[in-house]
Design a protein around this ligand. Sequence first.
Ligand code: GTP
Ligand code: MG
Ligand code: ZN
Length: 294
Amino acid sequence: MIRELAEGIVVRSFSKTNLVLPADRDWTGLLLCETRGRLRLGRNRIYTGDRVLFRPGDGGRGRIEEVRPRTTILFRPPVANVEQAVLVFAAAEPDPSRLLLDRLLLVAAVAGIRPVICLNKMDLGAEDFSLYRDLGYPVLTASARTGEGLSQLAQRLRGKVSILIGPSGVGKSSLLNALDHDRRLPTGEVSSKLGRGRHTTRWVEILPVGDGLVADSPGFTSLELHDIPSGELAGFFPEMAALVGSCRYAGCLHRREPGCAVRASVGETVDRLRYDHYLFFFAECVKEDNPWSK
Ligand SMILES: Nc1nc2c(ncn2[C@@H]2O[C@H](COP(=O)(O)OP(=O)(O)OP(=O)(O)O)[C@@H](O)[C@H]2O)c(=O)[nH]1
Ligand SMILES: [Mg+2]
Ligand SMILES: [Zn+2]
């Protein structure tokens, strides 16, 4: 008997098989689905978060026949169809990196994914991220240990498909455990010698949080920028995007050009460190524009 195609969402992707949650979101009915050969390679491969059509077989198994068009895609961490990225940093242990935060905000903006900044471990320190709030980004403060801010985080996750992204050891898995007392995702001590996490989470995995879906992801410290034309970079910095129309030259790249409104605003409406990061990312994108100059 050939059964009818059913819809589902890939909650974890291995190299050849995928765990698929049926569209009715019955977590007791997860299926282990094989994929057809052409769905295994390159950008064609299946991502966690993919919405698929699968044919159920016997014994909790099935076969993916088709991948629905994606609304968003991130290549690192690899995930499809998330609408929101919670960028998790720790107030301390490890100290937050503004460079990585600005990089993640850029990557999210380019991918069309709404960023939310979540500063965890508020029990260990205080960090002032009001600059980002002033720029229009939602900023949450939380502590997986004391429970501070968890209800606001849960509210942000409600009814959406989100991913937690951030360095190793900031408490992404701990936050997910704290949101659901029955959950026991592995967590790892931050190395006191190196001040870094231990890369405890090894894969992207989607979990239920209330009526929302949230992906946990492995921490990372570096992230390359891809497919961003250098000339479009400023458009992804909201405070610069508001100024580019006021630059003297239409093609202004906001470096040393005369009459640059962005440069003139550095130290005022454009934060100096954000501007430095713009220049840093610009150089990276130029390398991508001209692959031979690498
Ligand atoms: N004091 C304090 N410690 C926390 C908090 N949240 C997490 N931790 C601790 O920080 C360490 C790292 O937490 P994880 O949840 O494993 O961090 P992660 O972001 O998932 O790390 P990776 O999976 O390696 O990317 C663990 O020892 C946690 O107990 C917090 O709010 N306060
Ligand atoms: Mg983790
Ligand atoms: Zn300019």
